[in-house]
Design a protein around this ligand. Structure first.
Ligand code: HEC
Ligand code: HEC
Length: 228
């Protein structure tokens, strides 16, 4: 019995320390590139000099399982980094070429650090615009129809890749987006990207609610199809 009480005391004493260490890692190793408090950039200059995605509403945006995994083994999501204009050169035929040497590797965390940091980030819910629980209703769309919408009808492919090395370079790849981001967040973001990030150059295409749902069906189907 005594032993149980002793281990309980040790556990309770260690818990806050452990929680604090996620906060410490964030302050010491992440805050120089990520905004942890908000608000999002309100001028173009702030947008251009932003070094990493905003994390002050991470808890409404990201899937925690993905985040914990990615922080231990980060891979590139935005093919031309952040901000892409700094990492793209014009190639010999006038096409965009990524200056790979100018891209930096993302810091890598240990499993314990990744768990602690994810826990702290998931508590950050200062969302700039409402995200409605249950807004996404699972459904299906064929890859062919999805691609037609994404490319020909709405022109999204100009900025986003739908498989490695296929699509535009200025936005994040979308074939992993539903592994990374919560679907309910995606509904709100696709409805009005500037509500979350006032200066972002993703156009607001005034998508119909039905098309927003279809795009998310498409991203989920892509994630199944394209395993990078
Ligand atoms: C040198 C700047 C820099 C530092 C330091 C840094 N990051 Fe990042 N982070 C980035 C960039 C740039 C991206 C975008 C990567 C991409 O798109 O490929 C990113 C992406 C992320 C993402 C994915 C977000 C998204 O929307 O794609 C998470 C989560 C993240 N960082 C967390 C952290 C944590 C936690 C730390 C501290 C341990 C940290 N970062 C330290 C620059 C940094
Ligand atoms: C002019 C380029 C451009 C076009 C066209 C564009 N986007 Fe984007 N998109 C972006 C940028 C830039 C971001 C924000 C990236 C960031 O947060 O770093 C973004 C973000 C997104 C995200 C969130 C991705 C993430 O990982 O954070 C999704 C989903 C998305 N766009 C879908 C679409 C769809 C659907 C269309 C067509 C209706 C579209 N985009 C058209 C540039 C574009």
């Amino acid at each position: 019995m005594k032993r149980h009480i002793a281990s309980l005391v040790v556990f309770l004493a260690a818990a806050p320390l452990w929680a604090a260490s996620g906060e410490t890692v964030l302050q010491e190793r992440c805050a120089q590139c990520h905004d942890l408090t908000g608000p999002a950039p309100s001028t173009l200059e702030e947008l251009w000099t932003r070094k990493g995605p905003d994390l002050f509403y991470a808890g409404v945006k990201y899937k925690p399982e993905w985040m914990e995994r990615w922080l231990q083994n980060p891979s590139r999501i935005r093919p031309a980094g952040m901000f892409y204009g700094k990492h793209v050169r014009t190639g010999p035929d006038g096409q965009d070429v990524i200056d790979v040497a100018s891209l930096v590797e993302h810091p890598r965390l240990s499993p314990g650090e990744a768990e602690a940091v994810t826990r702290v980030l998931m508590a950050k819910k200062a969302t700039p615009a409402p995200v409605q629980e249950g807004a996404y209703q699972p459904g299906r769309i064929s890859l062919r129809m999805g691609e037609l919408m994404f490319d020909k009808f709405k022109g999204c492919l100009a900025c986003h890749q739908i498989e490695p090395d296929y699509g535009g370079l200025s936005g994040p790849e979308v074939y992993t987006v539903t592994e990374r981001l919560r679907e309910d967040f995606l509904v709100a973001y696709l409805r009005d990207p500037q509500a979350f990030d006032p200066k972002i150059f993703m156009p607001n295409k005034k998508l119909k609610e039905r098309d927003i749902q279809k795009f998310i069906h498409y991203f989920r189907a892509l994630a199944q199809e394209v395993k990078p």
